[in-house]
Write a protein that binds this ligand. Structure first.
Ligand code: NAP
Length: 489
């Protein structure tokens, strides 16, 4: 006897929508998506800062089964990516499956009935056989813990919560942070502001960006001869796989990448003092590598100062550095990243015996078999879970591998009504041993970044080429799971 399990997906970003698409395309439709916001899109709904774009080219940063032939350019901007997500979701009637404005607070596994009881801020309890959190790793902005941060009297906001009501024209603006977000908005706002002070704690490794507008000819070729876009997708995928191997399996391949970054900086920053400031003092690849042709030229403009002194405090008028100088500004932009290592927070998730997921992870940080399954948390499969982020490549490719695997698990459960599965501790341990062995030799160990938690464990990144993850997750194998029958079913 077969019975399609009921499924709750949490989040309507690329992960949650991708999961829903995989189910729907395979004829499984007994699912609901709970989304806390009023619209779908995840980080591509939230991040609207000037210049927000993806530094992975669109032919690869899109669902493999839904190529879009008319991307305006190779590296698409936020509104085009968000528009693509909306279009594909509508094509598959997904909005009807999404409950918007519903935020999950708690999820508890009811062992006797073999179901998840999921509580939301509107006071409703949702019940489902399978729970798929797809809340991303970068959905919760991190503000720095700076003394006096609340005393500033001007406008201040995080890059992911850009306040478009603040007109930066003619203003003195402080930008804190030099990550993938900052490198995109700094060149956009620099021509507009009177003065920009960039507070840089670490210089970024920056590579040239091979961007281009797609012409009408490209669009026609992509539409009528799809192999042309597939060829571009394959070329881009191969390029990122090579970079991923340079980070993990073949470190010797890093030398040419470093040489390209050094040449890029030399060509774009004529001033020696500034170039010295912008030269990283840590191993390439340790923090996320960035792509930009506009960042260095923007920092070379006369209305920009790159401040490398440590921030001592925020004052009512600006920012004071450790040397005692107060930098007076009108606006502070915090490009200080996200709480990437706090997986699934702030939701409270309780598994077998009432065990709390945060407690299960308290010793070392988040970990999961294949990045998806945690022992004692039955029928829970995470999308974009621990160690599934890419140092190089498209996260959508990784998410597609996860959604296929989880769909197979759902199909398996369809044939076992009333039963539930949780990852066997031995399977999870041997997966983690293998991961840690590979992570030991990666450059991510040699600096601080959102890839590592406070104890130094790399909880976020996948150590290898993306095709290796796809290979490891190609087939759901029930022998790696403990299977139990719910008493009351
Ligand atoms: P991020 O990479 O975590 O960068 C945060 C920046 O803030 C770092 O430069 C950090 O310095 C600095 N910072 C944090 N606290 C500070 C403090 N107290 N004082 C001074 N500086 C401080 O954040 P992000 O730029 O938002 O990017 C996060 C991730 O989002 C990226 O790695 C990427 O995965 C994703 N993203 C992707 C794209 C894309 O195009 N695909 C675009 C934007 C974001 P340290 O380095 O010294 O810690």
């Amino acid at each position: 006897m077969k019975r399609e399990p009921s499924i709750l997906i949490i989040g309507a970003g690329f992960a949650g929508l991708g999961m829903a698409l995989e189910l729907k395309r395979r004829g499984l439709s007994n699912f609901t998506i709970l989304e806390k916001a009023a619209d779908l899109g995840g980080v591509w709904r939230e991040n609207t800062y000037p210049g927000a774009a993806c530094d992975v080219p669109s032919p690869l940063y899109s669902w493999s089964f839904e190529p879009k032939s008319d991307w305006p350019r190779r590296f698409s901007e936020q509104r085009d990516i968000h528009g693509y997500m909306v279009d594909v979701a509508e094509k598959y009637d997904l909005p009807a499956k999404i409950e918007f404005g519903v935020e999950v607070t708690d999820a508890e596994f009811d062992e006797a009935n073999g179901v998840w009881r999921v509580s939301t801020t509107d006071g409703v309890t949702h019940i489902a056989d399978v729970l798929i959190p797809a809340v991303g790793q970068l959905s919760r902005p991190a503000m720095p813990n700076l003394p006096g941060i609340d005393t500033f009297t001007g406008a201040a906001f995080h890059s992911a919560e850009w306040d478009h009501s603040v007109d930066l024209t003619g203003k003195r603006v402080a930008c804190i942070g030099t990550g993938a977000s900052a490198i995109q908005y700094i060149p956009r706002i620099q021509p507009q502001v009177e003065h920009l002070t960039l507070f840089q704690r670490s210089a970024a490794w920056v590579l040239p960006k091979f961007d281009r507008e797609y012409s009408a000819l490209h669009h026609a070729a992509f539409k009528h001869v799809p192999i042309t876009q597939l060829a571009e997708r394959f070329a881009i995928w191969s390029f990122f796989e090579v970079l991923a191997l340079a980070l993990t399996d073949i470190p010797a391949m890093k030398a040419p990448v470093v040489a390209i970054a050094d040449r890029h900086r030399l060509a774009q920053v004529p001033d020696e003092t500034l170039r010295a400031k912008l030269t990283p003092d840590y191993a390439a690849g340790c923090k996320r590598g960035l792509f930009s042709n506009e960042y260095f030229p923007a920092l070379s403009q006369p209305n920009v100062h790159v401040e490398t002194g440590a921030i001592a405090e925020v004052t009512p008028n600006g920012i004071r550095t450790a040397d005692g100088v107060e930098h007076a500004v009108d606006v502070i932009v915090y490009g200080t990243g996200f709480k990437g290592t706090e997986f699934l927070a702030p939701m409270n998730i309780y598994g077998l015996g009432g065990r709390k997921l945060a407690d299960a992870w308290s010793a070392e940080g988040a970990r999961a078999y294949l990045g998806m399954s945690v022992p004692d948390f039955p029928n829970l499969f995470m999308m974009y879970g621990p160690n599934t982020n890419v140092g190089s490549g498209s996260i959508i490719y990784m998410l597609e591998a996860q959604s296929r695997y989880i769909r197979q698990a759902v199909e398996y459960l369809s044939g076992q009504p009333g039963r539930f599965l949780s990852a066997r501790p031995e399977a999870e341990q041997s997966w983690d041993d293998w991961l840690q062995k590979r992570l030991k030799d990666t450059p991510w160990n040699f600096c601080s970044s959102w890839y590592r938690n406070a104890s130094g464990r790399i909880t976020n990144n996948w150590p290898g080429a993306t095709v290796l993850f796809r290979w490891k997750t190609r087939q759901f194998d029930p022998s790696n799971y403990d299977e139990k029958r719910a008493e009351r079913r």
